[in-house]
Design a protein around this ligand. Structure first.
Ligand SMILES: *Cc1c(COP(=O)(O)O)cnc(C)c1O
Ligand code: SF4
Length: 350
């Protein structure tokens, strides 16, 4: 019998005419947006988004503004420039991004890899093996981040094949899987998949949730299955205009993640990706949201706010200004309530 997750994926909508009524746009406009940037929405995502309203719908329903973006660039993080072999981006000394899957459970309109998502050639065994060979030949690589596309839409045995090759490399200490599947296709978290993942510990599952309405009973159950199997869970959130650019929504999301045993990791400033300019917020918006979270909710729930620098400079944290003034002998800081405190520096040396 076909597993439920495969039936859901097989029933995905990819024809823009099928969502014309829902989007409020005419079919011709939708067709022209989707001929440039493909559409994919599985029935679970559609159902969740219809229940969740505009913040969820905007993430997956095409928008004519995608074709009218003068700020964005195709590859804002220069992932191709820092790619020593196909499928790998090696930017930081000790870790690599390994794009092992060309598919996602649905397509996000704001995706950083919008230039190629939904139109990648199938990834060959040979390309995967070449990526593994690069990692094996470079003993500074301690951390391998599997991404895509989404690695968890691969079949169990293909994922096990990739994971076992990566795990067999002595200098690889940790493996991470970056996935939107617990959010977009929680039915995929089957006992069989969990058995595969547990074999390759330490393996961190880093997921992607943007709004508290995405944490349905199904998504919560999927996360608890992964947590019960002993897999450490993290989540990243993209800050998106009109979706989650609000402190009470994001604080609610972060607290909801902790309840399902997922540690918020990053809040990402939206990248400068062509076709996504209408989703970007001003940096001050994210800083203000961080200020309203830090100190007010459990520190466990507070992610780091980071920007992935345009041009491939890597991720840099952005912090609200807590330091009011600094001199050689002391530091004056503002706490979460806005009160000032002074910390005297130790007298060292001369
Ligand atoms: C985000 C990213 C990583 C992982 O960064 P961490 O800060 O370690 O989570 C690694 N490589 C690339 C190219 C990335 O974009
Ligand atoms: S699931 Fe991730 S990789 Fe896939 S479209 Fe969404 S943001 Fe992009």
């Amino acid at each position: 019998m076909t597993p439920e997750w495969k039936r859901i994926l097989a029933e995905s909508i990819d024809n823009p005419r099928d969502i014309a009524a829902l989007s409020g746009l005419d079919a011709a406009t939708l067709v022209s947006v989707c001929s440039r940037y493909p559409l994919l929405i599985n029935p679970y995502v559609l159902h969740t988004a219809q229940a969740g309203g505009p913040p969820l719908l905007k993430q997956v329903i095409p928008d004519p503004r995608e074709l009218d973006d003068r700020a964005g660039v195709a590859d804002p993080l220069a992932e191709e420039r820092d790619s020593p072999v196909p499928l790998l981006t090696h930017r930081y000394p000790d870790r690599v991004l390994f794009l092992v899957s060309g598919r996602c459970a649905s397509i996000c309109r704001f995706c950083t890899r919008k230039r190629k998502i939904g139109r990648m050639d199938p990834i060959s065994d040979r390309a995967i093996e070449n990526g593994v060979d690069y990692i094996r030949g470079n003993d500074r690589i301690r951390d391998v981040l599997l991404s895509g596309g989404d690695p968890l839409v691969l079949e169990d045995d293909r994922l096990a094949w990739i994971l076992s090759m990566v795990r067999s490399i002595p200098h690889v200490e940790t493996i991470r899987i970056g996935t939107r599947v617990p959010c977009f296709l929680p039915q995929r978290i089957t006992p069989g998949l969990v058995r595969v993942l547990r074999r390759f510990q330490p393996l961190y599952v880093n997921m992607h949730f943007n709004h508290p309405a995405e944490i349905t009973p199904e998504a919560a159950a999927a996360c608890l299955k992964l947590a019960d199997a002993g897999l450490p869970l993290g989540s990243q959130t993209v800050l998106l205009r009109g979706v989650n650019d609000n402190a009470s929504i994001l604080a609610g999301l972060m607290r909801a993640l902790l309840r399902i045993r997922v540690k918020p990791y990053y809040l990402l400033q939206a990248d400068l990706t062509r076709g996504t300019d209408h989703f970007r917020t001003r940096t001050g918006t994210g800083l203000e949201i961080m200020k309203q979270m830090r100190g007010h909710i459990s520190g466990m729930a507070v992610p780091a706010f980071v920007m992935d620098l345009p041009g491939g400079g890597g991720k840099v944290p952005l912090l609200p200004d807590y330091v009011q003034s600094r001199d050689p002998d002391s530091l004056t800081l503002r706490n979460y309530r806005g009160d000032l405190y002074t910390y005297p520096e130790p007298h060292t040396g001369g």
